[in-house]
Ligand binder design. Sequence first.
Ligand code: DGT
Ligand code: CA
Ligand code: CA
Length: 575
Amino acid sequence: MENKRIAEILSEIAAMISLTDYPTAKFEVRAYQKASLTIGTLQEPIEEVYKKGGLKALMELPGVGKSIASHIEEYIKTGKIKKYDDLKRKYPIDMAGLTSIQGMGAKKALILYKKLEIKNIDDLKKALEQHKISKLEGFGPRSEEVLQKGLAFQASSSGRMLISEALPVAENLVAQLIKSGLVERAMVAGSARRMRETVGDLDLLVISKRGEDVMDFFIKLKDVESIIAKGPTKSAVRLKMGLNCDLRVLEPKSFGAAVQYFTGSKDHNIQVRQIAIDKGYKLNEYGLLDRKGKDVGGLEEEHIYEKLGMQWMPPEMREARGEVKLALAHKIPTLIEVKDIKGDLHTHTKETDGANSLEEMAQAAMKLGYEYIANTDHTKSEPVTKGKDDKGFEQIMKKTDKLNDSLNGKFTILKGAECDILKDGSLDLSAKTLKQMDCVVGAVHMNTKMDEKQMTDRIIKALDTGLIHVLAHPTGRIVNIREPYKVDLEKVAEAAERNNVVLEINSNSRLDLNDTNIMLVSKYKVMFAIDTDSHRTHEYSLIRYGVGTARRGWLTKERVLNALQLDKLKKMLAK
Ligand code: DGT
Ligand code: CA
Ligand code: CA
């Protein structure tokens, strides 16, 4: 799938055109940005779209006009785009690398190239060391500090990929292995099975009697970029999507032990192995051996835990955070599952920065078997999102009423907003408007560089208005992109408990609250809402990552607001 690469190229073209000053540049920049967004979030492989409907189908994509469509065609046919190559010659900058640093936009990168010939991250590091940037007009020591921090953050997160990008690739590889007919069973193990928020490499396990054939098949898959190691039972490859992938071929009799071992985490395994030793067993990735040296493992990992006197536990819990003790006491909780989710309380539409109409968002949610969604478009202080004012929301609410009437109770759209919590803790819509809404999602988006006390007070002040139902992405982080702001989450949880405010677990690229924060605030009497923050219909599918994160935080469905049926949900929201 070339969607991501093409989106990157289009966005780089936009950045490079923005440096030029011919009359139509501004429009072109916007056109390329828009097309990049479309392709980057398209679910279907762009090659498929093209194969099915040619240039015409490409032009039917939102924001893709004739000239951009022909660039895409050029890329699919030749792997190149001439316009991009020409611009690249003029601006030989590693734009993707540089702009991946927090605090560095395309504009800044270009100014730095023009003034200091900074072409890549290494050049940037040198310039920072020599304090060249602070001397530039419009930059100053503060800019240097921001870029230094951005670099440090990138170094600490680099190489790990967001679970929602990694897991579908792993599952697709498993599907291909199964389809090959060469394996009896195949599964994803490692951190991806544990739903860790980022994944360092993929670990796949298969049962097969034809190891050599499996490996020959595996290394030739078109997802593979290069081969790192190849043997009959273990191979490792570099995937085009940027991760390494280990594949192990196992015998049925050691599959259970291998699944247990390679699912991890390492710290969990160390604790489990100690229990095995205490009980007179020997446990490794090949089996569970009793005192007589007989393998009592088996096909399923359940057997391993059972033999050790432990209850099986979901992979998401295996992080050595007390789950081993619970398993020995047979007190593993029944965790929330995707099928428990009855609706989504944080969604956007075309009215602001979403891609679909409210009707389309509702229809898509109905197809998933949901009972309700809350429509929570942005509020006015966010100009980039085309946020609406009180009047705008009045109109949206009127439309919502009409739509609800036409749905005849088969499905309900709750009226809401993702209302900005402003710098001083006040809200971005009037109390009058907010009081007419069923589900107000409060969110901090701007002015995030405050100290911890300021930010905590700001959020608490907003919660104390009594006008907010859900606090969206409570720490403001975006995985691998933006660090959380400084906030005392326990104090926020306390205020949430006092005001019956629900804390969000955002399933999108934020995964915020994360697993450890969920555990931290669980001791307060607060509920959680697992939302997707969908800006287009297909983003509803991200719910599994929010649920995975909730499971990593040991949540049961009783603590999840949107696991409630509509009537119960409405009662809770009314509080
Ligand atoms: P990652 O790849 O960094 O996202 O995290 P994992 O957990 O997938 O780690 P990985 O790929 O290095 O290894 C897969 C699993 O294999 C790991 O979760 C537990 C097991 N494992 C790896 N090395 C060791 C080890 O030294 N001791 C034990 N007990 N288990 C290990
Ligand atoms: Ca791994
Ligand atoms: Ca591995």
